[in-house]
Every structure is written in structure tokens, then in C-alpha cells.
Design a protein around this ligand. Structure first.
Ligand SMILES: Nc1ncnc2c1ncn2[C@@H]1O[C@H](COP(=O)(O)OP(=O)(O)OP(=O)(O)O)[C@@H](O)[C@H]1O
Ligand SMILES: [Mg+2]
Length: 377
């Protein structure tokens, strides 16, 4: 079916989508090249080209990953064979950016359909959370069709606010608690962050945070930013990102200092290039600055048994293989004052109180040790 790829009310290009496969088979009539998703226009020696493969990669990244917990049950309940088929059912609208698909020749406006201002259905979220008792007649108009990430999650409108509710993984279901601890540490250190709280649904823990994207800002992941241009031979991945941000007019170093510091302290294992990025003004296409730190739950030995709660064998992403190597990237100028974390053990024990006390004590002690080690750097 033919659509116009839209960025708010700007027509960007016409695209043909194979709805069964969920792929963009053609792109033409590019009317606002500068509004194309970041990183899909490639510079060639003789000009620029829109990389259809890159555009499809971006499009596929709008679908729920096939690796999302519980997704096969949800697809079965919905009678759909792939999460890629869900995207067009909500016109590709999301609560993290402002792209969408307008059926070709239709005159629907962004104001009429966007999820920031318009209500959306709970059906998809209910199915993803296994609480839907319908077996037909689903209302697919939901930003849950375009949400990324492996953990079970859904968007919900609470008191008029768009909130993301996210679960944890077995056996400890610790990620929701970790989000709360990470946001507390970030707050104490003055690191711009998304605030997470805990809620319980059917006796299971979930984190909840507000949408940090608005109708005037949108999230562009570090992954996408790094597609803007190729890495030069002399550039590390860190410098590649820092330099591109500089070319876009953003000094991202202080924000990276904060993020790397936080990730060191909480032993974060999953700060991949989709878990941080920049905010952009979707109308003026101006870069605003680093997005607040979000998604820090894959940390604090979330899936390790108690005997593995040590400082050894912690996976580190995205710039270095170990946290101690990555910490060397923190510039002294914007190094957060770690004495603000004095007494954090008590907060960790309180927040993790549903875990066994021995486990909580081990985690709190490791965080303290890691903070002390970082202080000595
Ligand atoms: N508060 C928010 N406001 C707007 N967009 C958000 C918010 N939180 C998350 N997102 C978007 O949703 C995506 C998935 O969320 P998140 O990274 O928290 O999930 P996850 O399942 O923990 O991810 P991962 O697969 O990295 O473990 C993010 O990459 C980001 O694009
Ligand atoms: Mg994530």
C-alpha cells in the first residue's frame, strides 16, 4: 500500500509498504530530504542518496523486537504473524518521535492522530501484558505497536500523562527496582535523567516513568546519530559520537561523563547505542542536547545469583569492554561529586527490600565499593 512518510505535518517522501512483510519496497517523491530519519541519507562522491536498506532498518526498528518477552503469545492472540505487521495499524505513530505514515492521498493531520494529544487504545498493551479477554475486534491504535526494547512494556495514559510501564526478567525481576535506584543515584549526582517509580500489577513489580519526549522534542538514538557519517580511521567509537554531536552543535561530553559515571557505579551491562541519544526539535530540526538518562535497569547484578555479585565479569557497553577502561573517558572538568552518594546503601536496601536481605546487602556493598574505586580515579 502507498503512504506518505510524514514528520508531523511535513510530507517527507512517498513510500510503498509491503504490509505482509512489513518492508518499504520503494521510496520516491522526496519532498523534504532534511526531514528524513537521521542517518538514512548517505553522502556519495557525486551527491547524496537515500539508502533504502538504511530506511528499512530504521523502519524495522520501529517494530516491537521479535525478542521481546511474551511477544509470540501476544501475536498469536492478535492473529498477526509478525510485529512488523503491527506498525501500519497505528500509522507508525510513536511516543518517542514524530514520524508517521499518512495513507497516500489522505489529508489527515498530525494534530488529529498523534498520541501525545490524542487518546489511544489499551488493547495492544493489555495483550502484551496478557490481560486481554478479547479474542477479536482489537483496536490497534496504540503506541505499543512501535515500542522498542526486550522487556515487557506498555504505554498508559495516567492523569493525562503518557507513562511507560516496564517489567523485569526472571528470576529476580529486579530491573524495575534498579530503574528507581539508578534514577535516585542520578538525582544525587546531578545527572539529567528520567525519573522512575515502582508500581505493582498483579503482584509483579513494574517501573513507571513519564514520556520525556514532547510535541516539541524527539529522541534520536546514538545509533542513528552515528549513521550520519562514517567513522574516520583515527576515531574511536566514543570520538565518532562526540565529534558528530559537535558537528551538530552539541557538546555531549558532560552528558556522557554523567552517563558513564552512573553506569560504572551501578555496573550497567546494557548501555547499547539505542539506550541513549540526543533530543531534537522536530519542527526546526535543531539539536537540543543529550536526552536524559533512561533505561538503566539492566544493572546491579539483575540476573546474577548471590555468589556472582562481585565486581568481576561485568559486561560494559557501549564504548569500552570494561567499566574501568570506560571510566577513563570521563573528563575531569565535569566529573560528578561522588560524596553525594554517602549513605546510598540505606536507599538501596530500602528500594530492594522485596529481595532477600543477603542479596540486597551484597548489592549495596558492591555499589559502595565501586563508588569508592571511582572516587580514587
Ligand atoms: N520515558 C520515555 N519517553 C519516551 N521514549 C522512551 C521512554 N523510555 C523509553 N523510551 C523509548 O522506548 C525504547 C524502549 O525503552 P527501554 O529502553 O526502557 O526498554 P528496554 O526493554 O529496557 O530496552 P532494551 O532492549 O535496551 O533492554 C527506548 O529505546 C526509547 O526509544
Ligand atoms: Mg532500551
Amino acid at each position: 500500500m502507498k503512504y506518505t512518510l510524514m514528520h508531523k505535518n511535513i510530507s517527507v517522501a512517498d513510500v510503498e509498504i509491503d504490509e505482509d512483510l512489513g518492508v518499504i519496497t520503494s521510496i520516491d517523491n522526496i519532498s523534504a530530504k532534511e526531514h528524513l530519519p537521521v542517518g538514512v541519507v548517505h553522502q556519495l562522491r557525486h551527491g547524496e542518496t537515500v539508502d533504502r536498506y538504511a530506511l528499512n532498518h530504521w523502519w524495522a526498528g520501529r517494530s516491537i523486537p521479535a525478542s521481546r518477552m511474551g511477544v509470540s503469545d501476544a501475536l498469536e492472540a492478535l492473529g498477526v504473524s509478525s510485529t512488523k505487521q503491527l506498525i501500519t495499524k497505528c500509522l507508525g505513530l510513536s511516543l518517542s518521535d514524530h514520524y508517521w505514515l499518512r495513507p497516500y492521498d489522505s489529508n489527515i493531520t498530525w494534530e488529529a492522530v498523534n498520541f501525545f494529544d490524542n487518546d489511544f487504545s489499551d488493547d495492544i498493551g493489555d495483550v502484551l501484558f496478557g490481560v486481554n479477554d478479547k479474542n477479536a475486534g482489537f483496536d490497534f491504535v496504540s503506541p505499543d505497536n512501535t515500542s522498542d526494547g526486550n522487556l515487557q512494556k506498555r504505554w498508559k495514559i495516567i492523569d493525562g500523562k503518557r507513562c511507560l510501564i516496564k517489567g523485569g526478567s526472571y528470576p529476580y525481576r529486579q530491573q524495575p527496582y534498579n530503574e528507581v535506584i539508578a534514577s535516585l543515584i542520578a538525582e544525587k549526582l546531578g545527572i539529567a535523567h528520567v525519573h522512575y517509580d515502582m508500581i505493582t500489577i498483579a503482584d509483579e513489580p513494574f517501573s513507571i516513568c513519564e514520556d520525556f519526549v514532547t510535541t516539541h522534542t524527539e529522541l534520536v538514538s546514538a545509533y542513528r546519530i552515528m549513521q550520519i557519517r562514517e567513522r574516520k580511521n583515527h576515531e574511536s567509537e566514543y570520538m565518532h559520537y562526540v565529534n558528530i554531536c559537535k558537528e551538530l552543535g552539541v557538546d555531549v561530553v558532560p552528558a556522557l561523563d554523567g552517563m558513564i559515571t552512573l553506569d560504572y557505579i551501578i555496573a550497567n551491562e546494557d548501555r547499547h547505542f539505542g539506550n541513549f541519544g540526543l533530543l531534537r526539535d522536530p519542527d526546526k530540526l535543531e539539536w537540543i542536547g543529550a536526552a536524559p538518562v533512561f533505561d538503566s535497569g539492566t544493572s546491579l547484578w539483575y540476573n546474577r545469583s548471590d555468589d556472582q555479585i562481585t565486581t568481576a565479569n561485568i559486561i560494559c557497553k557501549p564504548f569500552r569492554k570494561t567499566h574501568s577502561e570506560q571510566a577513563k573517558l570521563i573528563s575531569d572538568i565535569s566529573k560528578p561529586d561522588l560524596s553525594a552518594l554517602d549513605g546510598i546503601e540505606a536507599d538501596i536496601s530500602r528500594i530492594l527490600s522485596s529481595q532477600k536481605p543477603e542479596r540486597t546487602a551484597l548489592i549495596a556493598k558492591c555499589v559502595m565499593n565501586r563508588t569508592e574505586t571511582l572516587k580514587k580515579r
